[in-house]
Design a protein around this ligand. Structure first.
Ligand code: FAD
Length: 409
């Protein structure tokens, strides 16, 4: 009898785990269960190249269709897993079938939050998570059309940029004082706000949406201060929640996602979790960290696969994130605290700079750049060096980042 390994979730984490299991020589039965009737795909293009119409659908796919047959991976696409019995090691599927597993990986990702705003169920109100959502937005973004984006986080900002690039009139509405306030703070959030304003987006901050109005179909968004924004499409981008439905019902330990150790093992024997849904113990930070980013799914999938094979290796990569908005490309790595000190290095006015955060001991906790490619590894080395840095040298573009990592002052 050969072993059966089952992966639930046909996103990046699930597909990379399947690939790794075969690469690492797993010769048993391998089943990949994907609720969406699609080949497993990556989501970043859905708010960028694919949404803009510049990248084909296939570019988002993790592997071409033939890959699954060639690697003897049973891809059950369009079928959700509905229940897990962790004692019997059995999964129930929506089509009535059941699958017994020896090892199970749960990589169910996240789902968009839907705040209780009156009118959110009207036609023309969108969220963005799936290829189908991106298709619907592409159809909605027309030159001369008007789009209200609620929430200026990463998705909201990218969608605003895409809608604007399609020629729509765009209003970006954010409750906080700036876009991206919670993740980047006021100074950098303000920089992104200015970027959008410079591209013709009306950026409204410090204002809450009271209701979405329309007779069957969206016609306007009413703001807390009494203002009304007329629009023919609304995109709600107020964050995601880890999709723990299956895991919670199975009795796994849940705390902001599925709780896993540094080997991505859940509280149930032979059950693992990876990607957006996993709240993993991070050896570098000494605490659990849940990361909702592409690189985390890309790299946790393979680590989970090796753990399933008993080749335990801890997952200790620093969080990493990228975004593209108009002509601004950005990468961020590390994890900063809102109280950390922010140092800018370079020329924000020219959209070419680094931002670095330091803790009270002047150690770099995180860093990002705008259009300073091939430098993010240097930022990572600076963080991992874990030594105090000189603030003036850090801000001075004549001092190489790597020199600071090598020679702490
Ligand atoms: P997902 O990609 O969410 O995949 C999980 C899959 O599991 C889904 O297809 C879901 O349908 C399926 N599933 C759930 N429950 C079940 C079930 N019971 N049975 C079967 N299947 C199930 N990150 C960046 O770092 N940079 C970016 O620029 C960036 N851009 C993004 C743009 C968009 C529009 C979105 C939505 C996300 C973006 N991200 C970005 C985040 C990144 O895409 C996610 O971190 C990544 O998709 C997580 O992968 P995952 O495999 O964990 O989960």
């Amino acid at each position: 009898m050969t072993d059966t390994f089952v992966i639930v979730g046909g996103g990046l984490a699930g597909a990379k785990a399947a690939e790794t299991l075969r690469e690492e020589g797993f010769a048993g039965r391998l089943v990949l269960i994907a609720a969406e009737d699609e080949l497993p795909y990556e989501r970043p293009p859905l708010s960028k190249g694919y949404l803009l119409g510049s990248a084909p659908r296939e570019e988002a796919q993790v592997h071409p269709r033939e890959f699954y047959g060639e690697h003897d991976i049973e891809l059950l696409a369009g079928v959700a897993a509905t229940a897990v019995d962790v004692v019997e090691h059995r999964l129930a599927l929506a089509d009535g079938r059941s699958v017994t597993y020896d090892r199970l990986l749960i990589a169910t990702g996240a789902v968009p939050r839907r705040p209780p705003i009156p009118g959110i169920d009207l036609d023309g109100v969108h969220t963005l998570r799936t290829l189908a959502d991106s298709d619907a937005l592409r159809a909605a973004f027309q030159p001369g059309g008007s789009v209200a984006v609620i929430g200026a986080g990463w998705i909201g900002c990218e969608v605003a940029a895409a809608a604007r690039t399609h020629g729509a009139d765009v209003v970006l509405v954010e409750r906080a004082a700036t876009p991206l306030h919670a993740v980047l703070g006021p100074e950098l959030g303000g920089w992104f706000g200015d970027l959008h304003a410079a591209h013709g987006v009306r950026v409204l901050t410090g204002v809450a949406v009271e209701r979405i109005a329309g007779a069957g179909r969206v016609e306007a968004v009413r703001l807390g201060g009494g203002d009304t924004i007329e629009c023919d499409a609304v995109v709600v981008g107020v964050g995601v929640a880890p999709d723990t439905t299956l895991a919670a019902a199975a009795g796994l330990q849940i705390d902001d996602g599925i709780v896993v150790d540094e080997h991505l093992r859940t509280s149930a024997p032979d059950v693992f979790a990876a990607g957006d849904v996993a709240n993993a113990f991070h050896p570098y930070y000494g605490r659990h960290v849940r990361v909702e980013h592409w690189a985390n799914a890309l790299n946790q999938g393979p680590v989970a696969a090796r753990s399933m094979l008993g080749r335990d290796e801890p997952y200790d990569r620093l969080p990493y994130f990228f975004t593209d908005q108009y002509d601004a490309g950005m990468e961020y790595t590390g994890l900063h605290d809102p109280h950390d000190t922010l140092i800018l290095r370079g020329a924000p006015a020219d959209a070419a700079f680094h931002a670095l955060w330091l803790d009270a001991e002047r150690r770099v906790t995180a860093g990002m750049h705008i259009n300073q490619w091939d430098t993010i590894e240097s930022v990572e080395r600076l963080i991992r060096a874990g030594a105090p840095v000189d603030l003036e040298r850090l801000a001075d573009t004549d001092t190489e980042l790597d020199a600071l990592a090598r020679a702490p002052s």
